[in-house]
Design a protein around this ligand. Structure first.
Ligand code: ZN
Length: 115
């Protein structure tokens, strides 16, 4: 479970419950998609550029035997595999699909990386 002063910067208070909630936008703003992708994808080669779509190595969503189909976007965390059609628009979608996390679990996981 997360906690501490550093985490406060990543939470918002909802008017309804007055309970602090992790704020997806704040968390994503603090993360570099490259750091998350390199943690999650051991076969990812060092990218040739630092923005836009880059080769991500072996796809983690199908039984992939050769790199080349799986791309990730270093600007917004999107991902797409042209072989199995796995795709999503941000790091939250990526981690949910990869690990089967709930939205909340995903935010907690990313928040740990963001502090
Ligand atoms: Zn794939």
């Amino acid at each position: 479970m997360i906690g501490g002063e550093a985490m406060k910067a990543l939470t918002s208070y909802s008017r309804k419950s007055r309970a602090p909630r992790l704020d997806a936008r704040k968390i994503l703003d603090r993360l570099r998609p490259l750091d998350v992708f390199r943690d999650e994808l051991p076969s990812m080669p060092p990218p040739r550029r630092d923005h836009g779509w880059v080769d991500a190595g072996i796809c983690c969503f199908h039984d992939d035997h050769h790199a080349g189909s799986f791309k990730v976007n270093l600007d917004n965390g999107a991902y797409r595999c042209f072989a199995c059609n796995a795709h999503g628009g941000d790091l939250i979608a990526f981690l949910r699909a990869r690990h089967g996390y709930s939205f909340r679990e995903t935010l907690e996981e990313l928040a740990r990386c963001a502090v």
